[in-house]
Ligand binder design. Structure first.
Ligand code: SF4
Ligand code: SF4
Length: 529
C-alpha cells in the first residue's frame, strides 16, 4: 500500500489522478512542438521555416488532442472536475504560478518589446519567432508576419485545440457543444482568416475583426482609422457603417432577445479564450461580496472612461465652423449628452425598481460622463484634450486598458484569478451589454429551488464569481449583469435545478421581490419587526 499522504476526503476517488502513460507521451509530443517555437525564438536558422512551423503547431495540436482523448473518451459522459483543488496547476499551486508568470512575461514582451520576438525594423527582414510565421503570413495576406500575426495564430490554435478538449469534457451537454463550435468558428473565420484575406483583396483596408464592436475596439473611431476606412473606398465605407450599425442596432436587438451571452459566450474572442483555455481555472474566480463590489466600481469606471475618451477623440477631429459643417464639435457634445440623458431618464422612470440600490451607481456614472463632456468643452484646444495631448491620452488608455488589463492581467493571470478577470472587471463592452441584460432582456436563469441540495457546484464553477446557489436556494430567477450565459452552472448541477431561458419579461422573479441574503441583514430585519 502506498505511504503517500492522502488529503482527499472522497471515498470514491481518494487521490488526485496522476498522468497515465498515454498522457505522458502526449505531453512529450506537445512540449516538443513548443520546443521548436523556443528554438525559433532563440534565432535558430531553420532550413525551411514553413515546414518547421507546420511541425511545431502540428505537434502541439496532436499532443493536446491525444491528451484530451485520453482523459475524457475512456470515461462515461458527465462533468469530470475530479481533483481540481488538488492539482497544482488549477489550485494556485507552484505550477499555476509558474504558468501565470510565463504568460505574463510573454504579454509584456508582445506588447512592449516585440523586437525580442524578432520583429524587423526599417524594412529589414524578420528574425526569430516572427520569421518562423512569415511563410504563413505570405500565404494568407501576401505580407511578412508581425507580432500580432504570431499572436493571432497562436491564439486561434489555442482556442481550436482547447475548444476540442472542452467539447469532449462537456459532451453530455448540447448547449456547451454548439456554443463552443460557435466561438471556434468566429475566432478562426472572423478574427483570423477574413481580415487577412481582406488585406489581400485591398491592402488599404485597416485590420478589421468584424466581430469586434465598440467599445471593445475603442480605437475604431480615431482619426487615423477613419482616414483609412475612407481611403479604402466603398468597402472601407461599408465597414465603417457596419461598425456603427453593430453598436446601435445589432447589439441591442440580440441582447434583448438572448442576453449578453450571444456576444460574451458565443462570439467574442476574449470570451472564447476564457471558455476554452481558461476552463481549468474557472473555479478560481473570487466569490466574495467585496469582489462583487470592486467589480461594479471598476467596470463602470472603465465604461465612463471609454465613453469620455471616444467622445474626446471624435470631438478632436470635428470642425468648429457652423457655416461649413452641421456636425460641429459643440453639436456633437450636445448630441452625446442628450443621448445619454435620454437613456438615464428612461431607465430611472421605467426601471427604477429593477435598479434598486444600483441607481446610485448609475447616477454617479451618468454625472461623471456629463462632467467629462463639460470638461471637454472648456478645457480642450485644437491639440489638447483636458490639458493633455490627445495622443498622450489615447496611448495611456491603450496602455492601461488595452494592454495591461486585457492582456497582461486578463489572460496572464488566468491560473491565479480565474479565467474571466478581464470580462468581469475591465471590459467596457461587457458593462454595456450587462446593463441592458439587467434592464431589458428576455434572458434569465430560472431555478427550481425545491430540487436544490445546496452542493454549491454551480457557485464553484461560475467563472463570473456569481453565488448561483444563493439564488437557487430561494427559487429566484438569476438576472445579473455580469452573467455571461456560459451555462456551466447548469451543466454541473447534479439536480437539473438551473435552466437558461429567453422567456418574456413577465413573471420574472426579480431580486427586488425577494430577500437576498447578500443585501439584507436578516437579524436586523427580525429585530426591527
Ligand atoms: S451564472 Fe451560470 S451562466 Fe452565468 S456566468 Fe455564472 S456559470 Fe455562467
Ligand atoms: S449545483 Fe444545483 S443542486 Fe448544487 S447548489 Fe447549485 S443549484 Fe443547488
Amino acid at each position: 500500500m502506498s505511504n503517500k499522504l492522502n488529503y482527499s476526503m472522497s471515498l470514491a476517488k481518494p487521490d488526485a489522478q496522476s498522468l497515465s502513460v498515454t498522457q505522458k507521451v502526449a505531453v512529450g509530443v506537445g512540449v516538443t512542438g513548443l520546443f521548436i517555437l523556443i528554438l525559433a525564438l532563440l534565432n535558430t536558422d531553420f532550413p525551411n521555416q514553413g515546414w518547421f512551423l507546420i511541425l511545431a503547431l502540428g505537434l502541439i495540436s496532436v499532443g493536446a488532442l491525444i491528451f484530451s482523448n485520453s482523459i475524457y473518451l475512456n470515461t462515461s459522459k458527465g462533468i469530470k472536475n475530479d481533483g481540481v483543488w488538488f492539482k497544482s496547476i488549477s489550485s494556485r499551486g507552484i505550477l499555476g504560478w509558474a504558468i501565470g508568470i510565463v504568460l505574463t512575461l510573454f504579454y509584456i514582451v508582445l506588447y512592449f518589446y516585440p523586437s525580442v520576438l524578432g520583429l524587423a525594423k526599417d524594412g529589414a527582414s524578420n528574425t526569430g519567432l516572427i520569421a518562423l510565421f512569415d511563410p504563413l503570413s505570405y500565404l494568407l495576406s501576401g505580407r511578412p508576419a508581425s507580432q500580432w500575426f504570431v499572436y493571432g495564430t497562436l491564439y486561434t490554435v489555442a482556442i481550436l485545440i482547447f475548444g476540442y478538449k472542452f467539447m469532449l469534457k462537456y459532451r453530455h451537454n448540447r448547449y456547451e457543444q454548439i456554443r463552443t463550435g460557435s466561438v471556434m468558428f468566429f475566432q478562426l473565420g472572423f478574427a483570423f482568416l477574413i481580415p487577412e484575406f481582406m488585406y489581400r483583396l485591398n491592402s488599404k483596408i485597416p485590420y478589421y475583426d468584424l466581430k469586434s464592436i465598440w467599445p471593445l475596439n475603442y480605437y475604431n473611431f480615431e482619426r487615423y482609422r477613419i482616414d483609412q476606412f475612407i481611403d479604402a473606398g466603398n468597402i472601407g465605407l461599408a465597414l465603417l457603417i457596419f461598425s456603427i450599425i453593430s453598436i446601435f442596432i445589432i447589439t441591442p436587438i440580440l441582447t434583448y432577445k438572448y442576453g449578453k451571452r450571444w456576444y460574451c459566450s458565443w462570439v467574442c474572442g476574449c470570451g472564447a479564450l476564457a471558455e476554452t483555455v481558461g476552463d481549468p481555472f474557472r473555479q478560481l474566480s473570487d466569490k466574495r461580496k467585496s469582489a462583487w463590489k470592486i467589480e461594479r466600481w471598476l467596470i463602470h469606471s472603465v465604461l465612463v472612461f471609454v465613453i469620455v475618451m471616444t467622445t474626446a477623440v471624435i470631438y478632436s477631429y470635428l470642425g468648429k465652423d457652423t457655416s461649413k459643417y452641421w456636425l460641429t464639435r459643440d453639436v456633437f457634445l450636445v448630441l452625446v449628452a442628450g443621448f445619454l440623458t435620454l437613456i438615464f431618464a428612461l431607465t430611472i422612470i421605467f426601471k427604477r425598481k429593477e435598479l434598486g440600490k444600483d441607481a446610485r451607481y448609475g447616477a454617479i456614472g451618468f454625472f461623471a460622463v456629463i462632467l467629462g463632456l463639460i470638461g471637454l468643452h472648456y478645457f480642450s484646444t485644437d491639440t489638447k484634450l483636458f490639458f493633455l495631448k490627445s495622443e498622450t491620452l489615447r496611448t495611456s488608455y491603450g496602455f492601461l486598458i488595452g494592454s495591461i488589463f486585457s492582456g497582461v492581467i486578463g489572460t496572464g493571470f488566468y491560473p491565479i484569478f480565474g479565467s474571466r478577470v478581464w470580462c468581469r472587471f475591465g471590459c467596457p463592452m461587457a458593462a454595456i451589454l450587462g446593463f441592458q441584460q439587467r434592464m431589458l432582456s428576455k434572458f434569465r436563469i430560472t431555478t427550481n429551488g425545491g430540487q436544490c441540495i445546496s452542493c454549491g457546484n454551480c457557485s464553484t464553477y461560475c467563472e463570473m464569481g456569481i453565488d448561483v446557489r444563493a439564488y437557487a436556494q430561494k427559487g429566484e430567477n438569476i438576472v445579473r449583469s455580469s452573467c455571461v450565459g456560459c451555462g456551466i452552472c447548469s451543466a454541473v448541477c447534479p439536480r437539473g435545478v438551473l435552466k437558461l431561458e429567453n422567456g418574456s419579461l413577465e413573471g420574472r422573479i426579480n431580486p427586488n421581490e425577494i430577500l437576498l441574503g447578500n443585501d439584507v441583514n436578516l437579524m436586523n430585519l427580525v429585530n426591527k419587526n
